[in-house]
Design a protein around this ligand. Sequence first.
Ligand SMILES: Cc1cc2nc3c(=O)[nH]c(=O)nc-3n(C[C@H](O)[C@H](O)[C@H](O)COP(=O)(O)O)c2cc1C
Length: 447
Amino acid sequence: MTHGRRLRLNAFLKPPGEFLAAWRHPGAVPDAGVNIRHLIELARTAERACFDALFFADLVGVPFADQEVLRRVSVVNDSFEPTTLLAALATATSRIGLIATASTTYNEPYHLARTFASLDHLSRGRAGWNLVTSLNDAEARNFGLPEHVGHAERYRRAAEFHQVVTGLWDSFDDDAFRRDQASGIYFDDDRVHRLDHRGRYFSVTGPLNIPRPPQGHPVVVQAGSSEAGKSLAAAAADVVFTHHPDGAAARAFYAEIKARAAAAGRNPEHVLVLPALSTIVGRTLAEAEDKAERLYALLDPRVALADLAYWLGGVDLSTHPLDGPLPQLPVSNQSRSAQRLIVERARARNLTIRELARGLARDERTIVGTPETVADHIQEWFETQAADGFNVIFPYLPETLDDFADLVIPQLRRRGLFRASYEGRTLRENLGLPRPASRYARDRRGA
Ligand SMILES: Cc1cc2nc3c(=O)[nH]c(=O)nc-3n(C[C@H](O)[C@H](O)[C@H](O)COP(=O)(O)O)c2cc1C
């Protein structure tokens, strides 16, 4: 094990659960996505377990066009906007990090710089931004565009967007605000900086109208694994969320991200790679399998098929026989890495469309097993440099979070792998990430 390397765990909360039929589970809170009392309970459970952070995904539209599908799913229709939600959760928690997804394709950088700076102040240094480029045409149509912006274009815009946001966060030096009632001087004018950014996509004068965030820069997460996604991660991300079918693929990705970060002049230890891990845990294997079977039986086949078509890039599968193989597909303009994962799985196992749709519910990321099996997996991936930790996905809530907290976390602690209390106050401190200096600090030292 590398000296000082610690296991990181992020709780990917998608109430009532990642599984599309989770809201039908007998233990579910059916309105979980908009039930603040329930969301606070989930956040507190994750904080008691000492997860590094909570994370909420987001879309700026409703992806399924077919009403027969749409009316059977909860998450895409029925959840809070994540930064608003995290502002509320910031007041109900004290140590856990708070990561929200926000799109660089359908926002302006000034807005997001301000939102995440506010969240960082509200939470006293616990904010994180999952920087995404958005996924689908339904989102584009809410922003005056007939279809989603092209993949390469989205990532070019994202890179410039990130530069503008981090530049705006540095608008005021950390010690700029004197608020001196006696002299009448509110801030030192040599401690404020105008960005004056003029680029291909953005023209932003600045400064930002809020003090520098407690973390300097809120933690930046990146979750695309295409070529362009990896370049952006190496240049800009503190944390990378990713998906891999097996340990070998995860190790290759891990090594690549660390090498790319080093090539970009960064310390590779400061870019944390967190693959997805979804678990259904029982005290025995039979109990876990029983829980899984009961859950999977709740999924309507129409929803399963629509979900498969969506993750393949929004393709139409209806003209292809369900008991035949996947057709040749155009390259996805949504998530290239998601499409590749599914196509590779279909090929490797010779799966029909029907089998594949069913299998999405129970793919390689979901471990159905005992706390020991889950801890073994975590330990192996962590110790063989496949992961710095995991983005833990909960198929249905609250039970799979409770099980992880009550059964898996104690296993990890017994093995000396995971903390029993938070080391720091801010998300950066808990993740072992340094607080970035302001881009203007060097100028001042030189002056
Ligand atoms: C764990 C995880 C969570 C993600 N959450 C979101 C999300 O909430 N909203 C979104 O628009 N994209 C989300 N994505 C998609 C990616 O951010 C990325 O935009 C997408 O995978 C396309 O990039 P790629 O072609 O580089 O893979 C997520 C991806 C992963 C792996």
